[in-house]
Design a protein around this ligand. Structure first.
Ligand SMILES: Cc1cc2nc3c(=O)[nH]c(=O)nc-3n(C[C@H](O)[C@H](O)[C@H](O)COP(=O)(O)OP(=O)(O)OC[C@H]3O[C@@H](n4cnc5c(N)ncnc54)[C@H](O)[C@@H]3O)c2cc1C
Length: 474
């Protein structure tokens, strides 16, 4: 229980990855912190449901080993990432085509080594693992993987066109992996779909690979997202490995929470109002502090600070199936270039991360983007049968997780460095202040804590109102 007169230097509202990583950055500098979370557990959107030995993510989580904040954020040293290996399997023209992973990071160990190498590298200097991966980011499209039914439909021309088209795409991605972020962000900004068409790549390459890949990475099937955000997503794809956290999405926030000083995080505490020197909670009255960091989702942030903008959202549905006779595609991410049904991407996720299913059972997790069709379960099952080229009528549905406000939309023009300091003493972070990804949420926390630490350093003057930028303008 919190005492009504509890004092902390900083109160953080919300224990998603943004709030928790902000707490790490502040406590590591000797600042006392109370993280107040309305839900009974930490993690926010990165939650994992446990049913009968299965670990079912609410989100169709795709991380990249090239997300810089995964190595920069304190508290994540013990994070284990499970890469999709060999990478992506495309379902195009009714066949499977394997998109080979960047050379240099082909194995699971390779990707993990890459992350660890970066973790031990001096700040700002990429470690050898990822340098190797990104320097050789060219990929190959091969006839389909696996030895089961799936491989029998995996012959014929690749959906990306011939060898020359593939070489051009590989070269384009390799170049992208080496463009400094700031240069990427200075490029003209268009909706991603339009920008792709203007890049001079063959339509087949765009429709057969880049569209389905970007739709999956951005949770945006119409590709209205800003081309700068799309370029960042492609850059991370080209320079790293797609991966998931071992044990489920919740592993990441739980690791952050467990490694904070005891008594920092308080769950089941709903904040009802905020000011620069206190917050009011539904359960414990007023809690006084020297600064408040709002680390909720965009909607809750705007309820507490009505001037804040609320973006549109991309809805996402994740459907989990189990079977004892799984498709033999291996630990790949299967993308549908044919758009022959509601599933945007799917994986036998227990092949990627065996801890997610009990022994003898396979877990297949599939993601539907946008508003789901009324006959979702049937439509998904039928589509999966085509994608995996195997009967699915005996597969058991374990859970259907629909999140209407899943991912903040990032249409052009998108400000991905939205102000995090509203007033001296009042700050805001979360994916809606940056890019709508785990990387964006962590990065916004990084920016916000830098501002807080600077203001706390000038403690004498920190509660004087700073006219710019105000919550109204944010
Ligand atoms: C279905 C889905 C798929 C996704 N796919 C991907 C992906 O593939 N790759 C990727 O990188 N990202 C993905 N994301 C996005 C990613 O999960 C988010 O960007 C990230 O988790 C946001 O973290 P956050 O800390 O900013 O916010 P949140 O996780 O929303 O945390 C905010 C916290 O604030 C708490 N809170 C709210 N109001 C109050 C209050 N009044 N008092 C106290 N506490 C409060 C909430 O309970 C919550 O715990 C996906 C998200 C979803 C939902």
């Amino acid at each position: 229980m919190l005492e009504p007169a509890y004092q902390a230097d900083v109160v953080i509202v919300g224990a998603g990855v943004a709030g928790l990583s902000a707490a790490h950055r502040l406590t590591s500098q000797g600042v006392t912190v109370a993280v107040l979370e309305a839900a009974p557990c930490v993690g926010g959107r990165m939650s994992t449901e446990k049913i009968d030995g299965f670990r079912l993510d609410r989100i169709g989580q795709l991380l990249s080993t090239a997300y810089p904040e995964l190595r920069l954020a304190p508290g994540l040293d013990g994070l284990v990432l499970r890469p999709f290996a060999p990478g992506v399997l495309l379902h195009g023209d009714g066949r499977h085509h394997r998109v080979d992973a960047p050379a240099g990071a082909r194995s699971a160990r390779g990707a993990l080594r890459a992350v660890r190498a970066l973790a031990s590298a001096p700040r700002g200097v990429p470690g050898p693992g990822l340098v190797a991966a990104s320097r050789r980011a060219a990929f190959r499209v091969l006839p389909g993987a696996g030895q089961g039914t799936a491989s029998r439909v995996a012959r014929g021309a690749a959906p990306l066109g011939g060898a020359v088209d593939q070489a051009r795409l590989g070269a384009a991605l390799t170049r992208l992996a080496h463009v400094p972020v700031e240069r990427l962000l200075a490029r003209p900004e268009l909706p991603a779909g339009q920008a792709l068409a203007a890049r001079g790549l063959p339509a087949r390459t765009i429709d057969g690979f880049l569209r389905p890949l970007l739709a999956a990475l951005l949770c945006d099937p119409a590709l209205t997202t800003s081309s700068r955000c799309a370029d960042l997503a492609l850059r991370a794809f080209a320079g790293g490995r797609l991966c998931v956290p071992e044990g489920g999405a919740e592993a990441l926030p739980e690791l952050l929470a467990q490694t904070l000083p005891a008594g920092t995080v308080h769950t089941g505490v709903r904040v009802t109002s905020v000011a620069t020197t206190s917050v009011t909670t539904a359960e414990h009255g007023e809690i006084r502090c020297r600064a408040v960091l709002l680390a909720t989702d965009a909607g809750a942030a705007a309820q507490l600070l009505p001037g804040l903008r609320v973006p549109d959202f991309h809805p996402v549905t994740v459907v989990h199936h189990t079977t004892d006779d799984p498709p033999r595609t291996g630990s790949v991410l299967l993308l549908d270039a044919d758009r022959g049904g509601p599933v945007a991407h799917t994986a036998v996720i227990s092949e990627v991360d065996p801890s997610r299913a009990p022994s003898g059972r396979a877990l297949i997790s599939s993601t539907v983007l946008g508003t789901p069709p009324p006959d979702l379960e049937t439509a998904v099952r039928t589509h999966l049968a085509r994608l995996y080229a195997t009967p699915t009528h005996r597969w058991e549905t374990l859970a259907v997780h629909h999140t209407r406000e899943a991912v903040p939309a990032m249409p052009a023009p998108h400000d991905l460095r939205r102000p995090v300091r509203l007033l001296a003493g009042l700050y805001v972070c979360g994916d809606h202040r940056d890019t709508s990804t785990v990387q964006g949420a962590l990065h916004s926390a990084h920016r916000a804590t830098t501002a807080i630490l600077k203001d706390l350093g000038a403690a004498g003057s920190m509660h004087r109102a700073d006219p710019t930028p105000t919550a109204q303008a944010a």
